[in-house]
Design a protein around this ligand. Structure first.
Ligand SMILES: [Zn+2]
Length: 177
C-alpha cells in the first residue's frame, strides 16, 4: 500500500511558476477538487441529460488509456504480469486520490473481475448516488488494454458496516479483441 511519502513524491511543484507536474509523466497538472469534478459532471447532466454519462465515461476511458501508456513505458524493461500491472495502475489511482481500489477475481486472465472502490472520490455518502462514470471509464480502459478484452460493467454502491461508501464495479468480459 502506498505511503504518505509516496504521495509527496507523486507531484513536483514549482512555486515560482505556479506549476504542478506529475512525477510519473512529467506532464503539467491542474489540481481540481472532487467537488469541482462533481460540479462539472452536474453541468454536463443538465445540458445532455442521460447522454452525459457516456461523455463522462469516455473522458475516463481517455484518461485510463493515458495512464496505461505511462505505466507500460515505465515497466518496459521488466516484463510484468497482468496482476503486477494492475497493482501499479491502482496504486497510481490511489495516490491521485480516487479512493482505495482493490481488484478481485482472476487477475491473470481477466475473468470474473470485480473492483471495490472504498471512499470513492466521486460518490457521496448516499447509496442512491452513484457518480462513478469517470472512474468506471478509467478502469474499463485499463482492463481492456491489459487483457485485450471488451468488458461490460455495472456499478453498485453500498455503505459498509464501518460506514464507508463502497462502489462495486463488476466487469464481465464480452469479447476478445
Ligand atoms: Zn463511486
Amino acid at each position: 500500500m502506498p505511503s504518505v511519502s509516496d504521495f509527496q513524491s507523486t507531484y513536483l511543484f514549482d512555486p515560482h511558476l505556479a506549476d504542478v507536474r506529475s512525477n510519473l509523466t512529467g506532464g503539467r497538472m491542474v489540481v481540481l477538487s472532487s467537488e469541482a469534478m462533481r460540479s462539472l459532471q452536474e453541468g454536463l447532466y443538465k445540458k445532455f441529460s442521460t447522454g452525459a454519462s457516456v461523455i463522462i465515461l469516455e473522458m475516463g476511458v481517455s484518461y485510463g488509456s493515458m495512464l496505461f501508456n505511462e505505466i507500460e513505458k515505465q515497466s518496459k524493461a521488466t516484463p510484468e504480469s497482468e496482476a503486477v500491472s494492475l497493482r501499479l495502475l491502482t496504486q497510481n489511482l490511489f495516490k491521485e486520490g480516487f479512493g482505495k481500489i482493490a481488484f478481485t477475481g482472476d487477475l491473470e486472465s481477466g475473468q470474473a473481475l470485480q473492483v471495490l472502490v472504498t471512499n470513492c472520490a466521486f460518490c457521496t455518502k448516499s447509496v442512491s448516488e452513484n457518480k462513478c462514470n469517470f472512474l468506471r471509464g478509467v478502469i474499463i480502459s485499463m482492463t481492456t488494454r491489459l487483457f485485450s478484452k471488451q468488458f461490460k460493467s455495472n456499478v453498485v454502491c453500498s455503505i459498509s458496516q464501518s460506514a464507508e461508501h463502497i462502489c462495486k464495479i463488476e466487469l464481465v468480459a464480452v469479447k476478445q479483441i
